[in-house]
Design a protein around this ligand. Structure first.
Ligand code: G3H
Ligand code: 13P
Ligand code: ZN
Length: 349
């Protein structure tokens, strides 16, 4: 099966009332872990690569690994997504490679650190939409700024510094025509999101619910959605790691989000923890081992377990064969005719 449009995947998720995990990849084992989980749970998948991942793996390697996944698993719809594109050029280069979806994260300037103005964000995101939609490629935008810094990406600070303003979210959707919108509700990238189990004072689910009421046709995206489970933290620390005590986003809060318009849920950190814990365990308990397969195989298995759990919890399990994937050229026609227009003033008609 060729790679499919993320818009189609999210539209189907909206019809079915479920969410779809978007899992970050940097290498073959992570892609295999996701495909193993998708096969096990019969789930459609979103695979995403950050700029750092594209640099680490090199574009051609990474893209051909994804093609291998779609060749080996023709029964699974796969959307390939650029995570946190920092500029028009980054998004354009992903589209040139064959990605079926891009995120233009115009909430930050091109340096990936400095918060941009609302007008700058609208301008660059609209430009990406105007370029991507005629090619049938999905666009995710971001309004509000997440907390934390992960490998140089992020404004730093707390997740509460730049919570999305619902009025701005509506204006942004109207002026850009994005298919999906990432909003800031108090989460941060990475392991250190909250210093205790989050409640409504730090995780603003009420803001998310309000935005969904006002923008029912725009798919909402939750970034920084790792749950950072204690059992995964404990494995890392038991075998020599030094993680400080921390809390992530409870799965039941994500499920509340899914009941209120969240269709894409970004998860990276949980998989990083699972992989690191498994590798540490082998190297710590069997120091005589030096064949990478001895630790990469348990690492891949540990990630697959986490991804399978999330696919089940998000509700995408069992939905891989619900629909026939449309060629990207058909999606382009849908944009051209206005049938796929999400702008609040038009979508309701
Ligand atoms: O956006 C955050 C993702 O976890 C990707 O992180 O930029 O370190 O690859 P990265
Ligand atoms: P986590 O760090 O919570 O896994 O978030 C990942 C993410 O939002 C990628 O864009
Ligand atoms: Zn993110």
């Amino acid at each position: 099966m060729p790679l499919v449009s993320m818009r189609q995947l999210l539209d189907e998720a909206a019809k079915g009332g479920y969410g779809v995990g978007a899992f970050n990849v940097n290498d073959m084992e992570q892609i295999q872990a996701i495909m193993g989980a998708a096969t096990e749970t019969k789930s459609p998948v979103i695979i995403q690569a950050s700029r750092g991942a594209r640099q680490f793996a090199q574009d051609r390697y990474l893209f051909h690994l994804i093609l291998a996944a779609s060749e080996l698993h023709p029964e699974i719809p796969i959307a390939m997504h650029q995570d946190h594109g920092n500029s028009f050029e980054t998004c354009k280069s992903a589209i040139a490679l064959g990605y079926t979806s891009v995120m233009m994260d115009g909430s930050l300037k091109e340096d990936g650190k400095t918060p941009s103005t609302f007008e700058e964000n609208v301008e660059v995101t609209r430009r990406v939409v105007e370029y991507a939609h005629p090619l049938g490629v999905t666009v995710e935008g971001e309004i509000g700024v997440l907390g934390g810094v992960e490998d140089g990406h992020g404004a730093g600070g707390s997740g509460l510094d730049h919570i999305t303003d619902p009025d701005q979210a509506v204006e942004f959707a109207e002026r850009t025509g994005v298919d999906a919108l990432a909003i800031a509700i108090g989460t941060s990238h990475g392991a250190y999101k909250f210093n205790k189990k989050p409640d409504g004072s730090v995780l603003k689910m009420d803001v998310l619910i309000e935005i969904h009421k006002r923008l029912p046709h725009t798919h909402l995206v939750m970034h920084g959605s790792s749950s950072v489970p204690k059992d995964l933290q404990d494995i890392v620390n038991e075998y020599g790691g030094k993680l400080k005590e921390t809390w992530g986003v409870p799965v039941e809060e994500i499920q509340l989000g899914i009941r209120n318009g969240v269709r894409k849920i970004n998860v990276d950190t949980d998989n990083r923890l699972a992989i690191t814990g498994a590798i540490r365990k082998v190297l710590w308990t069997q120091p005589e081992k030096f064949d990478p397969r001895d630790y990469m195989k348990p690492a891949r298995e540990a990630m697959q377990k986490v991804v399978s759990q999330r696919m089940t919890q998000f509700g995408q399990a069992g939905h891989s064969a619900d629909y026939a994937p449309l060629p990207i050229t058909e999606i382009a026609k849908g944009y051209a005719s206005g049938a796929l227009d999400t702008r609040p003033s038009l979508a309701a008609k």
